[in-house]
Design a protein around this ligand. Structure first.
Ligand SMILES: NC(=O)c1ccc[n+]([C@@H]2O[C@H](COP(=O)([O-])OP(=O)(O)OC[C@H]3O[C@@H](n4cnc5c(N)ncnc54)[C@H](O)[C@@H]3O)[C@@H](O)[C@H]2O)c1
Length: 458
């Protein structure tokens, strides 16, 4: 956080880490006015926003951006599917959005998206980005490297959701674009919102400063029931025809690795990121096990329903990671740390070895970190300041989750350096509704999933 050092190394090694998601205290840099996008809007000094990916998080993120106190306008929307864009537009232009924001009122004055600025299809992002000063990237993570690279190429400031890729080639693209963003002094915030959560900020800072000694073991969890399933039947019925395989995978994206990266990547990244943040670095290697026991039908694509990974850091300490999506099992989403002089049994609490309180923060009245991300980002942009450079850590946090997936899929020890330099791409060659995705079902509609000991991951 604000009093920690900030490394700017561009390399791919685990040592090239950023200690924090924000630039060092007092390091905000005034930048030239680059807010000059092409959309015509009322109030010419307003900050123009394009939303790329208008699903659940995109709808929430744009509400948060529009809730900031800066002079902002949503001017363009892009989604692969027009119906998702229309649903989002309807939600955000409602008379009363208090269900989302907690505050009575609406955003009508701040939303200026004419029909010709609503774009759908795989190339929708290319049409929306030029119209804005700030782009919000909230598609499934497989597309993030492509969209982020283009946004930075076009000198845009960015809020992008985690994860930021699903494979190592994607990670390298994000790291390269992150370097470009730094050179151009473009603010980038990544939706690893614990970095914007009061409960975590001081807690992590104190552990980094040695409040419980050296961290020897970290335990991180994302265990719960799992997420939605979008069935082929449901969307075929809506379309009034059978879906192409590409359409189906794009709808039910959570279950395909090229789009999602498996749930260790999609959700558990939050906890793995906290583990790295506390350790101030990234793992050197990982080994683990996983599989699927309840995700057995064709609707569940190719991902696992549980992973258990032992990550090793350079100092020999371990991060023990569990993520499970199995209804009816223990639910636990948190991080705990064991230090040589004490423990951190849960976020916001630090204890000595004998159990005396070193620090306790009750986070129940803290501001919503999802809102804080946007408040801080847009405040910096409005002042013409360069404050946020989250992309590098976002990429390496994502790489940590991909490393874990490589370990559980292969059943072998995987080294960070081999993993991040892997040329194995999960992405399709072509993006089109009739293009062939990288994985296909068998005659029973089932997709092959990884078999430890056999599956190649590098
Ligand atoms: N930080 C958090 O706590 C948090 C919470 C929820 C979601 N997320 C992240 O947000 C992202 C989106 O998740 P979601 O829950 O909103 O999913 P979603 O399915 O509700 O929305 C994704 C949207 O992106 C669209 N899309 C897919 N490919 C596209 C493309 N190439 N171009 C344009 N649009 C495209 C889809 O049609 C869909 O409307 C994921 O990366 C997820 O991890 C983060």
């Amino acid at each position: 956080m604000s009093n920690t050092k900030h490394k700017r190394a561009a390399g791919l090694g685990r040592r090239d880490f950023v200690k924090t998601s924000t630039l060092a205290a007092g390091a905000a840099l005034l930048v030239p006015n680059i807010l000059a996008a092409k959309a015509h809007i009322d109030g010419s000094d307003a900050i123009k926003i394009a939303l790329i990916g208008c699903g659940g998080r995109g709808t929430g993120a744009i509400m948060q951006a529009l809730s900031t106190k800066e002079n902002v306008r949503l001017v363009a929307m892009a989604d692969a599917f027009r119906d998702r864009l229309d649903d989002c537009y309807k939600t955000i232009t409602a008379e009363d959005v208090s269900d989302w924001t907690g505050v009575a009122g609406n955003f009508k004055e701040r939303i200026q998206v004419p029909e010709e600025h609503k774009f759908s299809g795989f190339d929708a992002y290319l049409k929306a980005i030029p119209l804005a000063d700030v782009v919000i990237l909230t598609t499934p993570p497989g597309f993030r490297p492509i969209h982020f690279e283009e946004a930075i190429r076009q000198n845009k400031q960015v809020f992008m959701e985690k994860p930021v890729a699903t494979d190592a080639p994607g990670i390298r693209r994000v790291l390269a674009a992150a370097e470009e963003a730094k050179k151009k002094k473009l603010n980038v915030v990544v939706g690893l919102q614990r970095h914007y959560q009061t409960e975590y900020r001081k807690w992590v800072e104190m552990m980094q400063a040695g409040a419980i000694g050296d961290i020897v073991t970290s335990r991180v969890y994302w265990n719960n029931d799992g997420v939605w399933v979008r069935t082929r039947e449901e969307y075929s019925q809506k379309a009034g025809r059978p879906l192409t395989e590409m359409e189906y995978q794009m709808r039910n994206w959570y279950y395909f690795n090229w789009l999602c990266g498996d749930h260790i990547c999609e959700q558990h990244i939050h906890n793995l990121d906290v583990g790295n943040w506390v350790k101030n670095g990234y793992p050197v290697r990982a080994q683990g096990m996983g599989g699927r026991q309840v995700r057995t039908g064709p609707d569940f694509g190719e991902i696992f329903d549980h992973h258990f990974v032992e990550y090793e850091y350079e100092d020999g300490s371990r991060m023990i990671s569990q993520c499970r999506h199995q209804p009816g099992t223990m639910s636990r989403v948190t991080e705990t740390f064991q230090g040589t002089n004490g423990t951190a049994p849960k976020p916001g609490v630090l204890l000595t070895r004998s159990g005396h309180e070193i620090y306790k923060h009750d986070g129940s009245n803290d501001p919503n970190p999802y809102q804080v991300e946007h408040d801080e980002l847009f405040a910096a942009i409005a002042k013409g300041e360069y404050r946020y450079a989250d992309a590098e850590n976002g990429a390496k946090a994502t790489m940590t989750s991909i490393l874990g997936r490589m370990a559980t899929y292969s059943g072998n020890i995987i080294e960070w350096d081999a993993a991040i330099n892997s040329e194995m791409s999960l992405m399709p060659q072509t993006f089109a509704w009739d293009a062939v995705p990288p994985v296909l079902p068998d005659e029973n509609g089932m997709y092959a999933c990884a078999i430890p000991g056999k599956t190649k991951v590098l």
